[in-house]
Write a protein that binds this ligand. Structure first.
Ligand code: ADE
Length: 413
């Protein structure tokens, strides 16, 4: 990235680029190979610096890129300004935009008739199967970034209603092992700490959901000295939490003792208004899942007797029974709404997968069906190898004898 004016958005992009070595390697190859020449890519992602680097990389690979936000509260306006003014990128959205503008921007991106979509949370995909289904014929394939979007896609795939091939980027190993655990783990705590300026050490905390995100959040909370309990609906995940040393409790029992509670499930109404009536007074509630329905903020809005802003991104609700709770970032993704999103190196890996899967779609679309596909293992492997190279780490190799051993089935000698 050439040095331009020292605008804050430009500097954020430059900082991200400097710490995204995988993007650098892929960009250099794409610049010469131009896999996306004549292709249009529509993207609905959290528009912040790391996402900007992905969008610019795809453009260097020859694509016409149209980028909008996948969440009204997570855009970085400084980055948007720089992407527009310094890089002439087609980028839409604004932090705090209305629901109406949010949907207008999604429509706008689809209005360019993209060939490929890159989605986070599934809103572009849903529109292409409902109001904008006439535009789905142009789509040769798409990627979905996150657990919530993939949950929707699984249902659509099972029902056989997908109108184009979609790739489940979330479940790629090089995505969820790192992004969901270390990325969500670190950035969720950053969001909570920035919003509240409260101590976590010695506090009681509830983590709702022990998937990869929940695991990351729970282990980092413990690392900062909090006493963490987990709530689960899945028996195997619950056993895993217990074996990892976290008590598993029903939600009301856990909230009743907790100073903090974080949702990371992809399910709605995980913390209900009624659960909060008996929660510890002043409990801080944060959501790390994609949608703002994991904590019942709409019912809090309706049923509370009073609502007061306490700090930037902290709202206090006074409940009908005299209890009160503090909700962060209107129940939206706390890591992006109050923090800066996942650490740069994490998004380097996740977005490397996005870029390589988009290239795979271009090369293979004629043989793809309208199904939900896993990320090809070669892509996962190549991202792992690129990451190791960037860290200067080499691997050992099996010799002939070991390879024979690995491929034999007789008793070992
Ligand atoms: N930055 C850009 N996209 C993100 C995501 N899906 N999660 C966290 N940080 C991000």
């Amino acid at each position: 990235m050439e040095k331009k004016e020292q605008k804050p958005g430009f500097l954020k992009l430059k900082w991200a680029e400097d710490h995204m070595p995988l993007m650098g390697v892929i960009r250099n190859r794409f610049k010469t190979e131009r896999p996306f020449a004549d292709f249009k890519i529509g993207m609905a992602l959290h528009v912040e610096a790391k996402t900007g680097i992905l969008a610019l990389l795809l453009r260097e690979g020859g694509a016409d890129v149209y980028l909008t936000s996948c969440n009204p509260l997570t855009s970085d306006d400084e980055v948007i300004t720089s992407l527009r003014e310094d890089f002439s990128l087609n980028v839409y959205g604004k932090r705090g935009e209305s629901r109406e503008d949010y949907y207008k921007n999604l429509d706008h991106v689809l209005g360019f008739s993209p060939d490929i979509i890159i989605d986070d949370g599934g809103d572009l995909t849903r529109l292409l199967h409902t109001e904008k289904s006439n535009l789905s014929e142009n789509i040769i394939g798409g990627n979905e970034e996150t657990t919530t979007g993939v949950n929707r896609l699984r249902v659509m795939d099972k029902k056989g209603i997908l109108r184009f091939p979609m790739f489940n980027v979330n479940d790629a190993i090089m995505k969820h092992f790192f992004d969901n655990r270390y990325g969500t783990g670190q950035s969720t705590l950053e969001g909570i700490m920035v919003a509240t300026n409260l101590l976590l050490s010695g506090k009681e905390a509830t983590v709702c959901g022990y998937g990869y995100c929940g695991k990351g959040i729970a282990s980092r909370l413990r690392g900062l000295g909090a006493h963490v309990s987990v709530t689960e609906i899945d028996p195997m995940k619950a056993v895993e939490a217990v074996m990892d040393g976290f008590p598993v409790r029903p939600i009301r029992e856990s909230l009743n003792k907790s100073d903090f509670a974080v949702t990371a499930t992809g399910m709605k109404s995980v913390i209900r208004y009624d659960d909060l009536l008996t929660a510890k007074p002043g409990i801080v509630l944060a959501n790390a899942g994609h949608f703002n329905n994991e904590i019942e903020v709409d019912r809090l809005d309706k049923l509370s007797i009073k609502k007061e802003p306490m700090r930037k991104n902290v709202t206090r609700y006074f409940l009908g029974n005299g209890n009160h709770v503090d909700v962060l970032s209107e129940g939206r993704l706390v890591n992006l709404a109050s923090g800066q999103g996942h650490p740069v190196e994490i998004m380097d890996m996740s977005f490397a997968i996005q870029a390589l899967v988009a290239e795979y779609i271009v090369k293979n679309h004629s043989s793809l069906e309208n199904k939900l596909y896993p990320v090809p293992v070669e892509i996962d492997n190549s991202v792992a190898m690129l990451k190791l190279q960037s860290l200067g780490i080499s691997l050992d190799k099996l010799d002939e004898e070991q390879l024979d051993y690995a491929n034999s089935w007789e008793e070992g000698t």
